[in-house]
Design a protein around this ligand. Structure first.
Ligand SMILES: Nc1ncnc2c1ncn2[C@@H]1O[C@H](COP(=O)(O)OP(=O)(O)OP(=O)(O)O)[C@@H](O)[C@H]1O
Length: 328
């Protein structure tokens, strides 16, 4: 049976006003996430991954110039909700997030059990006792002994602190948990144990995850699907197996060729050039300057072409008429 679509995003835009001009951090993004699915969002630094996450949870800075598009969460059109309804019914309760470097942002003078209870107390208005019972259950879920409830953050290792912030995101039993670079500050063994925790939670709780990272190796651990971002847009979204073994977009292909592998004889490839400035994005395909397959059509901006039921590629090579010649 095909799982239901949990989140569906169409033409999402998040632009910032800056002194130099408008930064188009998220610029026409389309994708969906199914129930009990892990979508990994990959991309180079600065391509808009965190902005995409913040747009979904509506945690926006003051200098937003434009925030638009359509986001359906189940049957709810969450873009149509006013601030108060969004905060009450969606934020931290149906969609929760582990922000980048969250484990370093724990309050040093509050016991971790109390901190994890906060979303239940603040957003759901639960009593202290009821909240602490749920926190204890969530600690077990993420593999933290309940003896740690009374501890302060500085008494915990990095891996344990990361599990605590994960517990904070899971404690309200949200349908979607967004994780922004959840393991980048951790050693490889701790990273692997956190990924195992996520996999187990996904299996046991049916939670959907959107995991943001620039680390292809970590992402392959958990990904059911992969979305690759470039210059504020998703250039390819595909089932993980297809993405890792037969990437379709030229940028995806170059990215996969650049991943170092153990015992590899030849040097991993590198992608020449730089991503464009988001304040001054070129017309046409944003990857064209770095693309070895560039051709005539790339002067116009491609749309995301659906090449199969589960795969979209924003590249003219994959336009419906490209295989029959097009206007190349
Ligand atoms: N509040 C803001 N005001 C202006 N520009 C911003 C703001 N936040 C992010 N940006 C810019 O938007 C672009 C996308 O940033 P974002 O943090 O979303 O990218 P990212 O892919 O998550 O990067 P990283 O992997 O380094 O965290 C960058 O050019 C960044 O400088």
């Amino acid at each position: 049976m095909v799982a239901k679509t949990l989140l569906s995003v169409e033409d999402l835009q998040l632009h910032y006003q800056t002194r130099r001009g408008i930064a188009r951090a998220v610029d026409g993004v389309h994708f969906d996430i199914r129930a009990n699915e892990a979508l990994v969002v990959l991309g180079e630094s600065g391509c808009g991954k965190s902005s995409l996450a913040k747009a979904l949870l509506r945690v926006l800075p003051r200098n937003v110039h434009r925030f638009s598009g359509r986001i359906m969460l189940g049957e709810t059109d969450i873009m149509a909700l006013g601030e108060e309804a969004f905060r009450r019914d969606v934020q931290w309760t149906r969609i929760a997030m582990v922000m980048q470097a969250a484990m370093n942002a724990l309050n040093p003078v509050v016991r971790v059990g109390e901190q994890v209870a906060e979303p239940l107390r603040v957003h759901l208005g639960w009593s202290r006792q009821r909240a602490m019972e749920r926190v204890a259950k969530t600690f077990e879920l993420v593999g933290v002994s309940t003896d740690f409830l009374q501890r302060y953050p500085f008494e915990l290792s990095g891996g344990m602190r990361q599990r605590v912030v994960l517990a904070m995101a899971l404690v309200t039993e949200p349908e979607l948990v967004i994780l922004d670079e959840p393991t980048s500050a951790l050693d490889v063994l701790t990273q692997a144990s956190i990924m195992n925790v996520l996999k187990r939670i996904k299996q046991e709780q049916g939670t959907s995850f959107m995991l943001i990272t620039h680390d292809v190796a970590t992402s392959s651990e958990i990904a059911d699907r992969v979305a690759l971002m470039y210059a504020g847009q998703i250039v390819e979204v595909a089932d993980a197996n297809e993405f890792f073994h037969e990437p379709a977009h030229p940028y995806s292909q170059m990215l996969m060729a650049s991943v170092p592998r153990l015992r590899q004889e030849e040097e991993p490839a590198h992608i020449p050039g730089q991503p464009p400035d988001l304040i001054d994005v070129p017309g046409g395909c944003r990857f064209a300057d770095r693309c070895p397959s560039r051709f005539g059509r790339c002067d116009r901006e491609p749309e995301p072409f659906r090449v199969s039921a589960r795969r979209q590629v924003r590249c003219w090579l994959h336009a419906p008429d490209a295989r029959s010649g097009g206007d190349a």
